[in-house]
Design a protein around this ligand. Structure first.
Ligand SMILES: [Zn+2]
Length: 253
């Protein structure tokens, strides 16, 4: 396997047709040629993802209101390239693997009664041309046999891609609000229902903390947050569970 650069983000990624998806024949991570009709990842990249074991992670400078966090793995190597290919190049053929890792992160919290996706910003949706988190949350929820509760909405703000920690923290304050009918939907849940916030990547934890504060304001503080991948800014609480085997050394510099 020869690692290559991740696919470059384009402002408006072309929407692949069903036929294009059917004919995809390269690994989304290392771009090794794959037999036609077998999209996704090549066997070595699949093995690298399978070696990841989701677990709890912590942050030294956690923003106020951040619930306990679990990640499918560290954002680097094969996992980073797979997440980028999924988000920026619309590689929905990676949903089974990424959904499985997100479900694993939820299980690290002891499971959930329902998953609450962090809303994607309008700017992010427009840049990518689609809401990448909704199918991911659905894939994890299907795997866990629980519902997805879309009870939050994003207020108008800039996409956080490319922003530094302080800018993300500032931008995330009041970033979310309850969707119409959210209070009623949440009130319909049993008292013991446990909610887990889900997102694709945790960088500073700012958006997860902001979303958690809105849920807490509705009387439903989430028991945790789960992401497919956490950036190396995060300290590992269970280093043996978030294996570095899939990461190039440069990820940790
Ligand atoms: Zn590969």
């Amino acid at each position: 396997m020869t690692p290559t650069s991740p696919p470059a983000a384009s402002p408006e990624p072309p929407k692949p047709s069903a036929l294009t998806l059917l004919l995809l024949a390269e690994c989304a991570s290392c771009r090794t040629s794959l037999p036609r009709l077998r999209p996704g990842l090549c066997p070595p990249c699949l093995l690298a993802l399978a070696a990841l074991a989701p677990g709890r992670v912590g942050l030294r400078r956690a923003p106020p209101g951040l619930p306990p966090l679990a990640a499918g793995g560290v954002y680097g190597g094969v996992l980073r390239r797979a997440v980028l290919a999924y988000k920026e190049a619309d590689r929905r053929d990676l949903l089974p693997q990424l959904g499985e890792l997100l479900a694993g992160a939820v299980i690290a919290h002891g499971g959930a009664s329902a998953l609450v996706p962090v809303p994607t910003t309008f700017a992010g949706r427009r840049r990518r041309g689609w809401d990448h988190l909704a199918p991911l949350a659905k894939a994890a929820a299907r795997r866990l046999g629980v519902p997805v509760l879309r009870v939050l909405r994003a207020r108008g703000r800039a996409d956080s891609a490319g922003l530094g920690r302080d800018a993300r923290l500032r931008g995330a304050v009041d970033a979310f609000a309850p969707r119409w009918g959210a209070r009623r939907r949440l009130a319909g849940l049993p008292e013991t229902a446990s909610l887990v916030l889900v997102d694709d990547v945790a960088t500073t934890g700012a958006t997860l903390a902001a979303a958690s504060r809105v849920l807490a304001g509705l009387g439903r503080r989430p028991v945790g947050a789960a992401v497919v991948a956490a950036t190396p800014l995060w300290d590992e609480i269970h280093p043996e569970r978030l294996r570095r085997s899939a990461l190039p050394a440069s990820t940790w510099s």
